[in-house]
Design a protein around this ligand. Structure first.
Ligand code: NDP
Length: 250
């Protein structure tokens, strides 16, 4: 077992759909006990049941990363039920429809920054406190995006938030290294999920896909090894403050 996640406790945020469901599944398949977190409890419970039916260990927890109180409550419950965390996949995120920077409302700006950047900080900080208290080190993987590294039209709020997440990872990594906590970003390119399905099913979305050198969207399986590498204390032991880009060559 190269990634060696037996007996690890992992929290995956944004685990009610899309990439988060896949991340929860692959961590569970490697032996971790996985806590799936998001706001839609019914969808979370479906994902949890699916993992448990396949022989994994999973539970669901209600979490709104944009709400300080909700994060505090969720982490109090995690501490009570599990004592600590070994792995955080800080993955919850939102995006609004493509909007010109000239027309973007401050509400849209705040919604995306509050969820994708402030929410990521809030959850990473709470997880790091648990990890530091337990003294066993840990791994934090923040789902950033290629849009944290390069520009994309009509998404100034999203791009700014994701660039913030890349630097958040680097900065946390530098500070938390002495506690044996590694912090890295995963920067996916284009994977079909609820966040983008309307766009990729539209004519302009289909044209966009032809601009990706691979000329297709990525598949969930293509994120498996990158995610496990960053999450694993053994396989990814010398990776800290960095990011892995999985984007079909853009
Ligand atoms: P989805 O829309 O399928 O998933 C988003 C997840 O985030 C859902 O589980 C949603 O759950 C959760 N979420 C949203 N807001 C909150 C909140 N306030 N509190 C807690 N959970 C929240 O999209 P993806 O799976 O694609 O997105 C996952 C991450 O990957 C995001 O950070 C996204 O930016 C990033 N990403 C995605 C790419 C792609 O091509 N799909 C590419 C690059 C990055 P709920 O609504 O139940 O709370």
């Amino acid at each position: 077992n190269y990634f060696n996640l037996e007996n690890k406790i992992a929290l995956v945020t944004g685990a009610s759909s899309g990439l988060g469901v896949h991340f929860a599944n692959i961590l569970a398949a490697e032996g971790a006990t996985v806590i799936l977190a998001a706001r839609r409890m019914e969808k979370l419970q479906d994902a949890v049941n699916d993992i448990n039916e396949k022989g994994g260990k999973a539970v669901a927890i209600s979490l709104d990363v944009a709400d300080k109180e909700s994060v505090a409550q969720a982490f109090a419950k995690i501490k009570q039920d599990f004592g600590t965390l070994d792995i955080l996949i800080n993955n919850a995120g939102v995006a609004n429809d493509p909007t010109s920077c000239l027309k973007m409302s401050e509400d849209d700006w705040n919604w995306v920054i509050d969820t994708n950047l402030t929410g990521a900080f809030r959850v990473a900080q709470a997880a790091a406190k648990l990890m530091v208290d337990a003294g066993n080190g840990g791994s934090i993987v923040n789902t950033a995006s290629v849009y944290g590294l390069r520009t994309g039209a009509m998404k100034v709020n999203y791009n700014a938030a994701k660039a913030g997440v890349v630097m958040l990872s680097k900065s946390l990594a530098a500070e938390l290294s002495r506690h044996n906590i590694r912090v890295n970003s995963l920067c996916p390119g284009w994977f079909l999920t609820e966040i983008n399905e309307d766009y990729f099913n539209s004519e302009s979305g289909k044209r966009y896909i032809q601009n990706i050198p691979a000329k297709r969207l990525g598949t969930m399986d293509e994120l498996t090894v990158p995610l496990l590498l960053l999450a694993s204390a053994s396989a990814g032991s010398y990776m800290n403050g960095t990011c892995i880009i999985v984007d079909g060559g853009f």
